[in-house]
Design a protein around this ligand. Structure first.
Ligand SMILES: O=C([C@H](O)CO)[C@H](O)[C@H](O)COP(=O)(O)O
Length: 208
């Protein structure tokens, strides 16, 4: 199980500082959608330059123009790009084509997908590498991603699964029985006073 740190609300300098603090406990750095909206590809570029061995996902949540938009992230140094699982197959194919050119990977965010099992299978057939069950920030008060993880794991297997949405050191034990490939944690690390300690606690839980 890989731990992905999601950076959503910081600036590029703060992102570099947080990665410095937690790098030994994380496997993937996510430059989050709000950060990309604010700073464009600058944080993707800077983090990939300073941490050439770290995998970086640009959380573009692509909804259209799959190849064109994914190209932007891969050209900036991303190793994974996110696309919305609910979007058109043509868009998915475009993002996958871009990833193959760049030797990168595609993660499909399953937010708002109703037929999870069926769509997860289709996405894998289209060439998507990871299927991410995700409880949106705006509904985390009333929803959680665990039941969706069970469904997607049944459908495509744990090595394709990623999970996100309000995870922290108190809740992460709930994913252990499913062994998803990627566990994504944002505020559960970045919102803590001691980020390195929070990342280490979560990593230790994942490693058993
Ligand atoms: O993708 C995300 C969200 O939609 C905001 O863009 C977050 O990066 C993801 O949910 C992880 O963050 P936390 O929910 O704070 O763990």
């Amino acid at each position: 199980m890989k731990l992905q740190l999601a950076l959503d609300t910081c600036n590029t300098e703060e992102a570099l500082q947080i990665v410095r603090e937690v790098e030994s406990f994380i496997d993937i750095v996510e430059i989050g959608t709000p950060m990309i909206m604010h700073y464009g590809m600058e944080p993707v570029q800077k983090v990939s330059e300073q941490y050439p061995d770290m995998r970086i996902i640009a959380d573009l949540k692509i909804m259209d123009a799959g190849e064109f938009e994914a190209d932007i992230a891969f050209n900036a140094g991303a190793s994974i790009v996110s696309v919305m699982g609910i979007t058109h197959n043509e868009t998915i194919r475009g993002a996958v084509k871009s990833a193959r050119k760049a030797n990168g990977k595609v993660l499909a965010d399953m937010m708002c997908v109703v037929n999870l099992e069926e769509r997860a299978k289709e996405l894998v057939e289209l060439g998507v590498d990871y299927i991410c069950v995700h409880t949106a920030h705006d509904v985390q008060g009333t929803q959680s991603p665990f039941a969706s993880l069970a469904k997607v794991q049944d459908s495509v297997g744990s090595e394709r699964c990623a999970i996100a949405g309000g995870l922290n050191k108190e809740s992460v034990h709930r994913v252990l029985e499913y062994s998803p490939e990627i566990i994504i944690v944002g505020n559960g690390i970045t919102g803590q006073e001691n980020k390195s300690q929070a990342a280490k606690q979560i990593k230790d839980l994942l490693q058993g």
